[in-house]
Design a protein around this ligand. Sequence first.
Ligand code: HEC
Length: 196
Amino acid sequence: MGKHRKSWFVATTAAVISLSLSVVTLANTESENTAALEREAVSIVKRFAGKLKPQLKQAITAAGFEHAINVCSVEAPKIAQTLSEETGWEVKRVSLKARNNASATPDPFERDVLNSFDQRQQAGEAPATMKHAEVVANEFRFIKAQGVEGLCLNCHGKSIAPEVQKVLDKHYPDDMATGYLLGQVRGAFSLTKTLE
Ligand code: HEC
């Protein structure tokens, strides 16, 4: 009887230990997967910015801001689409004050994250370091802030040259994306991956 109880105890303890170990392993695998997804998202954002910015700068130097608007309105959505097709992620840019309100209007999740970015920026954090990753239902969502730099002010700032404003008015009659100050959050890259 004593021996029986002892072996029952040993078996139960072993089962409990191995169960908790597998829970820990599961949790670790999950956070490793999430970390890998985040690394992938970061590299896609880098590719996006790495393609867009040089094209934008080149167009500005070659033809001026009013013509460079084309790069933003034509090339940026193209880059987003190509990256989406190549990677299997949904890749876009969003903003609380969208210029392209057809493609850049945030969904409720993106809106919450963008609001929190604005609060963090007001509290003194630099947009360059702001990102948010989260599994929501069966999706992995990754949002990376884009801060306002000197260059951006020419098309998103408070005093925009009349010839630039004219082109903006023509393409974006409902433009909300002006009046920004240096260092504010202009918007974000938003990436979504559907999990199996
Ligand atoms: C030459 C003018 C120009 C400059 C300079 C410029 N943008 Fe834009 N930006 C635009 C236009 C035009 C769009 C709308 C693109 C579209 O139709 O998808 C846009 C859209 C965006 C969007 C997508 C959200 C939205 O409101 O539609 C973000 C984010 C953004 N710009 C950030 C920046 C940042 C950050 C900089 C500086 C590094 C910058 N832009 C510089 C013209 C410009």
